[in-house]
Design a binder for this molecule. Structure first.
Ligand code: ADP
Length: 234
């Protein structure tokens, strides 16, 4: 027990140090960003605006990584509240609809059990769902064929779990990608952070749930989220 307590202290301390460093890196990044923007007219004069654009987008990517990292290293004991799965999904889809619309993607939401209830940290679970929808949109945009982009979200009871599925008809994944999907910083995207799924996985595990993935290259991907449902609410 002592050993475990020591490990926990050490982890907590590492988390604090990491968060402090991340904060400190942000300040110089912000000033670099500002000065690069001031240099823009000069870059333009010598026909090198492209360099400025690359620097800015790389600074933004570093900032994204720090932001997500800070988010994920916060103490994450979930603040649980009871919510209907259907309502949670409806609210999340609403948040994603405008981006989907812009990308010509239809998000379909099917409720099979209107009374299915879970007790979760709503903010955290929304973060997970939004991240998965964003990944689905990315995967659809990255397909080269002209099929209509579609994301289907469903929920139903499965054993003692509420099962939420998020299916896309995007580009799918190779075996090598599937194997590393949940590794922190693993990304196949130019501007990705590779943190979304590792953080999502941790959140779902903290809720006593689990995540499964099914994917077929060039066909699409389905994420299955299992979260314990609240008994006696049906
Ligand atoms: P990021 O989106 O920043 O790359 P994630 O951890 O969310 O980080 O995802 C890691 C990788 O998993 C992505 O770069 C992508 O290769 C793959 N991936 C995740 N979701 C999907 C999906 N729905 N379809 C295809 N690939 C996916």
């Amino acid at each position: 027990i002592e050993q475990a307590a020591f490990q926990n202290d050490k982890l907590a301390m590492l988390g604090k140090i990491a968060a402090a460093i991340a904060h400190e890196i942000r300040n110089p990044l912000t000033s670099i960003r500002g000065f690069i923007q001031l240099l823009n007219p000069y870059l333009k004069e010598v026909g090198k605006q492209e360099y400025g654009r690359i620097i800015l987008s790389e600074i933004d990517r570093a900032n994204d990584i720090i932001y997500e990292f800070l988010n994920s290293s916060k103490p994450s004991a979930p603040m649980k509240q009871q919510i209907l799965v259907g309502l949670l999904l409806k609210e999340t889809v609403l948040l994603s609809d405008s981006e989907a619309l812009m990308k010509g993607v239809e998000i379909q939401h099917e409720i099979y059990d209107p009374f299915l209830t879970i007790a979760v940290d709503v903010k955290q679970i929304k973060q997970v769902l939004l991240n998965m929808i964003k990944n689905a949109l990315d995967a659809i945009v990255e397909t080269d064929d002209q099929r209509k982009g579609r994301i289907v979200i469903t929920s139903r009871k499965e054993g003692k779990y509420a099962l939420i599925t998020i299916r896309d008809n995007g580009k799918g994944m190779q075996r090598a990608t599937l194997n590393r999907l949940f590794d922190p910083f693993f990304t196949t995207k130019e501007a990705g952070t590779g943190l979304g799924l590792s953080v999502s996985y941790r959140i779902i595990r903290n809720h006593g749930g689990t995540i499964h993935v099914d994917s077929q290259l060039d066909e699409g991907t389905e994420f299955l989220l299992y979260l314990p449902y609240v008994e006696g609410k049906e």
